[in-house]
Design a protein around this ligand. Structure first.
Ligand SMILES: CC(=O)c1cc(-c2ccccn2)c2ncccn12
Length: 121
């Protein structure tokens, strides 16, 4: 029986905590820190059917809802893609999402993920 502590410091969990921290540091304006609300983005919940943000990703991480780095990377990509769907290309949000996505794709390339799995054994 694995107690709570065991689940806290599995190699995958440590890897995801590290990736989450590194990626969130790149969101200097904290545009992606919290769920986007209809109050700040009119009609958002009608247009974006699968919202995602760093706080939700952290909750999923803490609740061990990610069984792989690829699942984590998918949520990250959804978060960035949402911003490029809802916002026009000339907005600060679209540009921030494009830049963040580029950083994340490099940080979580197939090769990088393979080497992470090798390092976490
Ligand atoms: C990520 C995103 O689409 C976003 C974040 C924000 C945001 C996030 C934090 C503070 C202010 N605005 C936002 N505001 C209007 C339209 C879209 N957004």
């Amino acid at each position: 029986m694995r107690d709570r502590d065991d689940q806290d410091n599995t190699p995958l969990r440590q890897c995801l905590e590290n990736l989450h921290r590194q990626l969130q540091r790149k969101d200097v304006n904290q545009f992606f820190a919290w769920p986007v609300t209809d109050a700040i983005a009119p009609g958002y919940s009608q247009i974006i059917l699968r919202p995602m943000d760093f706080s939700t990703m952290k909750d999923k991480l803490v609740n061990d809802e990610y069984s792989s780095i690829e699942e984590f990377r998918n949520d990250f990509k959804v978060m960035c893609d949402n911003a490029m769907i809802y916002n026009h290309p000339e907005t600060i949000y679209y540009k921030a999402a494009k830049k963040l996505l580029n950083i994340g794709v490099k940080m979580m390339s197939k090769d990088k993920i393979a080497s992470m799995y090798r390092s976490i054994g």
